[in-house]
Design a protein around this ligand. Sequence first.
Ligand code: UGA
Length: 469
Amino acid sequence: MSDRSSFDKPCIAVLGLGHVGLPTALGFVEMGWEVIGADEDASKVEKIGSGQVPFYEPGMNDLLARGLASGRLTLCHRVEEAVRAATILFVCVGTPQKDSGEADLSQVESIARIIARNLNGYKLIVEKSTVPAITAQWIKKTVARLAKFVNAPGQQVAEFDVASNPEFLQEGKAIENIFHPDRIVVGVESERARALLERLYRQFDCPILFTNVSTAELIKHAANVFLSTKISFINMVADICEEVGADVTQVALGMGLDPRIGREFLNAGIGFGGYCFPKDLRAFMYLAKEHGVDCGLLQEVENINLQRVELFVKKVQQAVWVLQGKKLAVLGLAFKGGTDDIRESPALRIVKALLGEGARLRVHDPQAMEAARQELPPQAERLEYCPAPYEAAREAHALLILTDWKEYRELDLAHLHELMEVPVIVDGRNLLNPETVRSADFEYVDMGRSSRVAAVESTTQLTVNNCAQ
Ligand code: UGA
């Protein structure tokens, strides 16, 4: 691959084509840049090259098709070739966690080593993956040290910069987040790096915060940890609501109308999961501890989150009494609606806990069944994957909602009632309207809303609507 970069039209390489890398690469292609997407997993590269997105993300198939047709996207599995051909290198590899909670940066290090060995001219190395503060310093040190070693004695090492430009995209909303970000954060150490990234982002109509590299790294990590804290906070409030007869959705609404708080990420339920929040929370706690900063607050955020699964299983038990042998319909396996991702999914943890109690499960998810099947193969009479939610509900003693898929909001309650052995719904995501479900003759259990308060819901709603006008 020849060097296709110039400062006027720098070529971009995106290293790592996962949930962050692929949307990033396709986003830049769509905006008119030349992009090389590289991933050492040759089969993944081949799949993408044939027009298939390796994971479910709404709208991504079309974006990939346009990217491939544009002629501006090159794909390869030799990362070193991408490094040599491009000027701006976005590092989008995974940063999983070790047992200790510490972020495992071995993939980032390995990329740094490849860059060092292929430093054939100026490179701007940009961290996009979520990494602990000061990772950029390690990248810089590693590249500088190794590049010197690789070069012939006396030969000058090519210049390079390391920057941090964290990605804030949410799975299921990646396209919206890429083209309409709320903000862009750029951490740089040189004017040259700043100028390159400024050029890249100048067409965006949102605040761009230029700062130093460690601050940019910390912004991403702290944002994820803060959002996790908001969720655990509202989950704790949900428990209080149940005790005092209040409705957590109304509490969240009332709190959220204060612009200092905001309504987003105040949905109570079975807790947060996914590849980012649980891992980032642990990595942040590890970082705090390592630097002698008390992170007791965050420990509680994690504790509350872990207890949600136990609490939900207890609710199911209270609804059906003995779990052993009960037929339960499970709707939702992904860690949230809009994705096929089951990593750290609270839904899956609940499924495992219920299986452990001897329940018989018929499960459904619009997108995540294939991934779930790999992790949890079907078991005769105990765990069956069903092609439709109504199939799962057949003869069930209770129906459990574990993922906030839009289609579960629109279920035909009368039909469900006919299919189920006992009309009980335990809604772990507060997805359904309590009044509607109860008037369809179901026993209904949710997360922090109560029937007494639900009766005045319409009045509260009306007042809020008036406020908004
Ligand atoms: C999260 C962040 O929202 C993104 O900004 C960030 O870029 C991304 O991590 C990342 O670091 O890569 P994501 O993991 O896709 O995005 O999922 P979220 O939509 O944030 O949801 C995380 C979890 O919190 C889900 O399990 C969701 O169900 C749960 N959640 C969310 C709640 O329980 N209540 C809420 O009010 C909101």
